[in-house]
Design a protein around this ligand. Structure first.
Ligand code: THU
Length: 162
């Protein structure tokens, strides 16, 4: 048995003004989208913004339901809309942020496993890395250059081949 190690790296900054202007614009769009989230049950409001190769920004936010599993995360709402509306455009980046009613979200949002898998699907499809920008309501920002770094050991299409 051998020990193997997996290494990932990401950038972190303490202030939104340290971001390049297109990343800052994307994060600001996600922050705006938080305000339209429908999250009466968790009272945790998530906003996402997808940057397309032609510069378009597509926003999404979490939509909850009294039958809890019928709701959907902000990331998948933006990604599924993007893929249904602009199937041939590459996704360059996604920014994700959140706020809550009862506490200040000071740590960057961590996308759920299902959203990471959906990001992986589109990244594999387009054969181009998707940058991920994460922030809470306040605090530091994480910049991750590829979905590979948030979903190690991901399920690849090749694994379906005999
Ligand atoms: N949620 C998102 O929309 N994205 C995430 O990355 C984490 C969780 C939503 C799902 C649910 O509406 C609420 O946040 C609490 O889990």
């Amino acid at each position: 048995m051998r020990k193997r190690e997996l290494y990932i790296s990401y950038l972190q900054c303490d202030n939104i003004n340290e971001l390049e202007s297109h990343d800052k614009d994307l994060l600001m769009a996600a922050k705006k989208s938080v305000n339209d989230a429908y999250a009466p049950y968790s009272q945790y409001y998530v906003g996402s913004a997808v940057q397309l190769e032609d510069g378009k920004i597509i926003c999404g936010n979490n939509q909850e339901n009294i039958a809890y599993p019928s709701g959907l995360c902000a990331e998948r709402i933006a990604l599924f809309y993007t893929s249904s509306r602009y199937p041939d455009q590459k996704i360059c980046a996604i920014a994700i942020t959140a706020k809550a009613d009862n506490f200040e979200v000071t740590e960057p949002v961590a996308p759920c496993g299902a959203c990471r898998q959906v990001l992986a699907e589109y990244q594999t499809k387009q054969q181009h890395p998707i940058k991920i920008i994460l922030m809470g309501e306040t605090g530091k920002i994480k910049l991750i250059s590829s979905v590979d770094d948030i979903l190690p050991f991901m399920f690849h299409a090749e694994q379906l081949k005999k």
